[in-house]
Design a protein around this ligand. Sequence first.
Ligand code: ATP
Length: 452
Amino acid sequence: MAQALKEVRKLKDLQTLVSLSKRRGFVFQSSEIYGGLNSCWDYGPLGSLMKLNVKRIWWQAMTRRADICGLDASILMHPTVWKASGHVDGFSDPLVDCKDCKTRFRTDNTESYINEKKCPQCGSKNLSEPRQFNLMFKTHMGPVEDEGSVVYMRPETAQGHYVNFSNCQTTTRYKIPFGIAAIGKSFRNEITPGNFIFRTREFEQMEMQYFVKPGEDESWFEKWKQTRMQFYKKYGFNMQNLREHPHAANELAHYAKAAIDVEYLFPMGWSELEGIHNRSNYDLTQHAKFSGKSLEYFEEATKEKFIPFVIETAVGCDRLFLAFLCDAYREEVYVDESGAEDIRVVLGLHPEVAPVKVAILPLVKKDPVASLAQKLREELAEDWDVQYDEAGSIGKRYRRQDEIGTPFCVTVDYESIEDGAVTIRNRDTMMQERVPLDQLKNNLLLKIKNFS
Ligand code: ATP
């Protein structure tokens, strides 16, 4: 029966994504068979592919520029790094305990506390005094667990960039302005983790520190804001779901000269996705002071010496992953003549981000169709992550691929054996086109490249 599109629904709550993620293998609760570990998540067969894609597009956007190099620094660093950076003394959130229901919460982002000094859970006013709670995870290096062996799990990757500033500059021979990009795990003992993978205690950051001459920092700050917004546009974000939230003077970190949050409209409301900061020369000055090593830069052209200013762009990989899923999710509601509804769930992910680029779907399970389809699978897998699916009706198989965001399905049928052609089906338009086998790779390549 003919169907007509009635409406397109957007994502209404995070729970829908949590269920889809578990059902289809994007994200699982960590240690699930033991009851799970709060706020820790595992990326499954599709999630791990997609997370790699998220990292790759960010990494390429940064390091394929002629003025940015990459770095992969270690998680454990010399403990003095965290004294110099201010984290030992100042990386804390104000924490309050409710004496009635035992809920622990942050006072600085809890509305019921800010407005009425009430517990967000039970409304009680029987609360402890606020105390500062340091968010760094501590551990010990070596066999002796004493004060002298304390090391921290890094709460941000940025300090790796600063302590390697001279190493990177001298080995690349880059002149200022230039940047260092890194992707890696960070750890924060968050008081109130939650909202799925939005706020966790172990997460991955993608941070870039751009070193500039003092006086040029403000214009570079503006340029980086634009560059980062272009990135989101390029990868298909609905730009109405993104906005800049500039920090007011009282919101700025002590070292920052200016800062904005790039906020995304998550189902729970506008929340920080990325931070872009003008960190002044605070970090390099501190590390020069604590290490006793000069971190000055000598500019040949002007014969000037200075400590560079830093513009930082910092985005959580997990948060960006979540934003991609939220933005891509849609439910297309179709009705037939009898009024019966049929819902097509689609993840409209950009092909560069989608975990599977191409699905190979033979229309019959038998040879010679199946062996041709298998051969195609192997050929396409040289370039992309592909999936082979021969189970169920073709309609059901298309729907399975739509729900995981596969942009293209290739069907192989009996005719393919005779005419040497296959059908490409487009996820978004559902249009089909017949393509000769010898043009398939090129055709898909162009479609991925020119996707908009
Ligand atoms: P928030 O205000 O949400 O605690 P922040 O301002 O402390 O974040 P930054 O220190 O600027 O965050 O970190 C840069 C980016 O790292 C954030 O924009 C976010 O995408 C990500 N991030 C920070 N903390 C977490 C976390 N606990 N879980 C997941 N991602 C995080």
